[in-house]
Write a protein that binds this ligand. Structure first.
Ligand SMILES: Cc1cc2nc3c(=O)[nH]c(=O)nc-3n(C[C@H](O)[C@H](O)[C@H](O)COP(=O)(O)OP(=O)(O)OC[C@H]3O[C@@H](n4cnc5c(N)ncnc54)[C@H](O)[C@@H]3O)c2cc1C
Length: 520
């Protein structure tokens, strides 16, 4: 038996590790096909200290059950004598977030009030969404359930800047998030319970997995784009018999036997991402390769979902983020932000500038964030929830700005005018245009995403974030690992079932914490 895994993001790598660990498949019989030259997908690490790093931010909690179960078996990057999971929890226990100031208004005042600004009516509406069966929320938007005022509350700002949701996004996804993160509800403003990787996710999660898979002799084919998958003619059954991939100028067709396994990552939040520089705005070059295979599979059939709900130019306005990563050789910025927030670097969580046109959020990482980061350098990160709006100091849309323009807008928003020249001179800000990062939040209905094993499939599993795993939320690696675990378990009938998704609505402690907000 051989296994073919399409996509070398965290989901594809986890699938290979689960095949070996849970299902006893030999690593030498597993091939991972990755279209990019680098493995890692959405957990990328680009640039360098000299040109400026480019990486994603980091939000986790203790209930990534499939992920941390798998990573218990993988030695950590920082200390190979313990597992990635042990390292992650030890770090977050010794260095928990102590966010003393999360939301700032235009005048630099911290916004934090009773009940996070929620009225009892808002509370009832939140309960209404949670109590409405998911089947009745298909295609519906969050803003159908709340007054306009709800979207200017502290609660909504905290929620949307940590989780990424916008008013026009999916009510189904919002409901799943509420249930999944209910236990964090009371502590949203100081981010107690929110966790992050000790280092960037690429070096903390991707590289250790690759280091573990390599001696198991897993075959990694980078620069290999899987163009098509062929099926054996068999009514009512879906059995892959061929996989075609393009590498350089060569297209290779691989025969797939009925007892083999094909696991396909159907899309990527990092699809078509494009980095700029201090002097250049990102100039997107759409390729559509990350979801092209899904398009192909879904053509003319209904059992593979509908990629057009999530991908394509029409989806970008409600899905786009512009992130930016700043590599700073000086100390002025970290000193000023520590003075402003009362938290040392790496302990403060997100800082949101609520009145900034782009609705900017920043996070100063625990340093060093990157193995090999030069001593004395700091790396911090941010994003704009509304990158299509015009800045107040730089009169441009965020997605059209250079790194220098974004940094200037941020510093002026922070009122760091006196330190602006020094910080600009010591910093490299790399903007990153991510047209599909928030498409996991777009309104969807049942059937828009296929299950991990489509009806009648005998040797094909679908993995990643565009696969409907009941109760699971999409904007996480947990969704990718869970879908892989589920697909492997169903198709091979080997190994344990995945642990259940944590559901706060059945956890008395979580319910009590949430209710406390309304009686405070
Ligand atoms: C800015 C940002 C911040 C994030 N923060 C967090 C966070 O804090 N916590 C969290 O849990 N998650 C976070 N995520 C989400 C996380 O990146 C994803 O959950 C994770 O990367 C999903 O893994 P995946 O393997 O399913 O998909 P991806 O990582 O997107 O990888 C899919 C891979 O498949 C490849 N591929 C697709 N089609 C083909 C094909 N036909 N042939 C060959 N290769 C193909 C793509 O090139 C890509 O590399 C973040 C994402 C972004 C972009």
């Amino acid at each position: 038996m051989t296994a073919h895994i399409v996509g070398g993001g965290f989901g594809g790598l986890a699938a290979a590790a689960l095949l070996i660990r849970n299902a006893g498949v030999s690593g030498a019989d597993i091939t991972i096909y990755e279209a990019d030259e680098q493995l890692g997908g959405g957990f990328f690490l680009g640039g360098s200290a000299e040109s400026g790093y480019n990486l994603p931010g980091s939000v986790f909690d203790k209930e990534f059950r499939c992920t941390f179960d798998l990573l218990k078996s993988i030695p950590s990057a920082r200390n190979p004598s313990i597992s990635v999971t042990e390292d992650f929890f030890a770090f977050n226990t010794s260095e928990p977030y102590q966010d003393k100031a999360h939301i700032f208004d235009r005048d630099g005042r911290v916004v934090h009030g009773r009940r996070f600004g929620l009225s009892l009516g808002d509370g009832l509406n939140l309960a209404r969404v949670v109590l409405t069966p998911e089947a009745m929320l298909g295609g519906r938007r969050i803003d159908e359930f709340f007054s306009e005022q709800f979207f200017s509350t502290e609660f909504w700002l905290l929620w949307s800047t940590i989780m990424g949701s916008l008013p026009q996004h999916s009510a189904i996804e919002f409901r799943r998030y509420m249930n999944r993160f209910l236990y964090l509800f009371g502590d949203l403003s100081d981010m107690t319970g929110v966790m992050r990787t000790p280092l960037n996710q690429h070096q903390d999660f991707i590289e250790p997995l690759v280091r573990w898979l390599t001696p198991h002799r897993v075959n990694f084919l980078t620069g290999a784009f899987v163009k098509d998958i062929g099926f054996a003619p068999s009514p009512g059954r879906i059995t892959v018999n061929r996989l075609d991939y393009e590498r350089g100028d060569t297209v290779t067709s691989v025969a797939v036997a009925p007892e083999d396994l094909v696991l396909v990552t159907t899309g990527s939040q990092a699809a078509d991402l494009c980095a700029g520089s201090m002097t250049e705005a990102p100039s997107p070059r759409p390729s559509g390769r990350s979801w092209a295979l899904w398009e192909r599979l879904a053509q003319g059939r209904t059992d593979f979902g509908n990629p057009d709900v999530f991908f394509g130019a029409a989806r970008i306005p409600d899905s786009l983020w512009v992130t930016f990563t700043v590599t700073d050789k000086g100390t002025e910025f970290v000193n000023q932000i520590a003075a402003l927030t009362g938290s040392e670097a790496g302990r403060g969580g997100l800082v949101t500038l609520k009145d900034s046109g782009w609705v900017l959020s920043l996070s100063v990482f625990h340093q060093p964030e990157i193995i090999g980061q030069p001593p004395g350098t700091s790396v911090w990160w941010g994003y704009g929830l509304y990158p299509d709006r015009t800045g107040e100091f730089v009169k441009k849309r965020m997605d059209q700005c250079t790194g220098a323009e974004i940094l200037e807008e941020v510093l002026r928003q922070l009122r760091f005018d006196k330190q602006l020249d020094a910080i600009m001179a010591s910093s490299i800000c790399v903007p990153c245009y991510m047209p599909y990062v928030n498409n996991v939040w777009l309104p969807w209905s049942r059937g828009d995403m296929p299950p991990p094993v489509p009806e009648g499939a005998t040797n094909l599993g679908l993995i990643g974030q565009y696969v409907d795993v009941p109760r699971e939320i999409a904007f996480t690696i947990e969704c990718s690992v869970r879908s892989a675990w589920q697909a492997i378990h169903v198709l091979l009938k080997r190994g344990p079932v995945p642990p259940p998704v944590y559901q706060g609505q059945y956890d008395p402690k979580a319910l009590f914490n949430a209710l406390k907000v309304f009686v405070s």
